[in-house]
Design a protein around this ligand. Structure first.
Ligand code: NAP
Ligand code: ZN
Length: 350
């Protein structure tokens, strides 16, 4: 049993996004039906809409930074009730049985998490559709509580950009006494600055955009480096304990590795289309590590939201209507957003 919902998506990599209808299942006993109020625009949405990761199933409806209101609950739902304000991030299901699911790391599920969009849909037999839509139906295990004090539109980006930066900062124990670099001050990077600062680190922002140079300090950076300037970069050689790289496009990671101290770690969260090139000496000299990290588990996502509630942290956003999404993608490609587009889903009713 299912219903039709209005959404925005695309039928092909070269085609713009436009309005289309999708199918949503009727809530099963463990499901929550959510009217979507706001949805953030992640660079992953663009990578997938344009098939840059060569795995897109069309038509695709992106969106995995969802905040909405519960409008219906299944008979066995215990965590939520009609009227609650809730969030949904990048995952809507996982096997719940493998070693990683049991350790609350559903994002690394051996049997593959079901992503909010572009994954096989176990219920309908089609594929999942994301948050550029009027509604979504999700198992309550994958639905998050939103702290009451946070602005809802600014909270939407926490569901991906927030957790994707929080998780590695926590995993690598970032905190006081450490110099932490954040590379690429977009949706993820600006959250990385805010979170690393709230965890007590000394934060150094690396940007290619002169227009973000002064502003990065307002976000919480203690120092800002224009990464195109070789002299500015050289001043940080061997100084950083940890680097979070949130760049969406291909770039040289080797210069950044040389900024790490002995035993320092650089963690990639950005996933550019093409492979990166690595000079081994940059790891060997200094016993440095290069690692990656994907979003975060559900328990950790709730922990991040509660941390943001406590520290009053939300994303800096530019609100758009869904009809502006194609222009927003073009601006995203030019690093021209401060720092996250969020779609006001009421515009889908227009
Ligand atoms: P975004 O808002 O577009 O930010 C990317 C930033 O990278 C830009 O603002 C810019 O920062 C910098 N940049 C862009 N092009 C560059 C270039 N050619 N050279 C150097 N720097 C460049 O993107 P986002 O939404 O934060 O996502 C960032 C990446 O993370 C994407 O690849 C996305 O798919 C990925 N992602 C991964 C996960 C995960 O689980 N690992 C989750 C979500 C997203 P400056 O202007 O400061 O230079
Ligand atoms: Zn994302």
């Amino acid at each position: 049993m299912s219903t039709t919902a209005k959404a925005y998506g695309t039928e092909a990599a070269e085609a713009p996004l436009n309005q289309l209808n999708i199918t949503r299942r009727n809530p099963t006993p463990h499901d929550v039906e959510i009217e979507i109020l706001f949805c953030g625009v992640c660079h992953s949405d663009l990578h997938v809409a344009r098939n840059e990761w060569h795995s897109t199933i069309y038509p695709t409806v992106p969106g995995h930074e969802i905040v909405g209101k519960v409008v219906n609950v299944g008979g066995h739902v215990s965590k939520f009730k009609v009227g609650d304000i809730v969030g949904v991030g990048c995952m809507v299901d996982s096997c719940q049985e493998c070693e990683y699911c049991k350790e609350s790391m559903e994002q690394y599920c051996v049997n593959e998490m079901t992503q909010t969009y572009n994954s096989p849909d176990k219920h309908l037999g089609t594929h999942t559709f994301g948050g550029y839509s009027e509604s979504v139906v999700v198992d309550e295990k994958f639905v998050l509580r939103i702290p009451e004090n946070l602005d809802l539109a600014g909270t939407a980006p926490l569901l991906c950009a927030g957790i994707t930066t929080y998780s590695p900062l926590r995993h690598w124990n970032v905190g006081p006494g450490q110099n932490v670099g954040v590379v690429g001050i977009g949706g993820l990077g600006h959250m990385g600055i805010k979170l690393a600062k709230a965890m007590g680190a000394h934060v150094i922002a690396f940007t290619t955009s002169e227009s973000k140079f002064e502003e990065a300090k307002r976000l919480g950076a203690d120092e800002v480096v224009l990464s195109k300037d070789a002299d500015q970069m050289a001043a940080y050689k061997g100084k950083l304990h940890f680097i979070l790289d949130a760049v969406s496009a291909n770039h040289d990671v080797n210069t950044y590795l040389s900024l790490l101290r002995v035993d320092g770690s650089m963690v990639l969260v950005g996933v550019p289309e093409h492979p990166l090139s690595l000079a081994s000496f940059n790891l060997v000299i200094g016993r440095r590590s290069l690692a990656g990290s994907a979003i975060g588990g559900i328990a950790e996502t709730q922990e991040m939201l509660d941390f943001c509630g406590e520290h009053n942290i939300t994303a800096d956003i530019e609100m758009i209507n869904i009809q502006d999404i194609n222009e927003a993608y073009e601006r995203l490609l030019k690093s021209d957003v401060k720092y996250r587009f969020v779609i006001d889903m009421a515009s889908l009713k227009d």
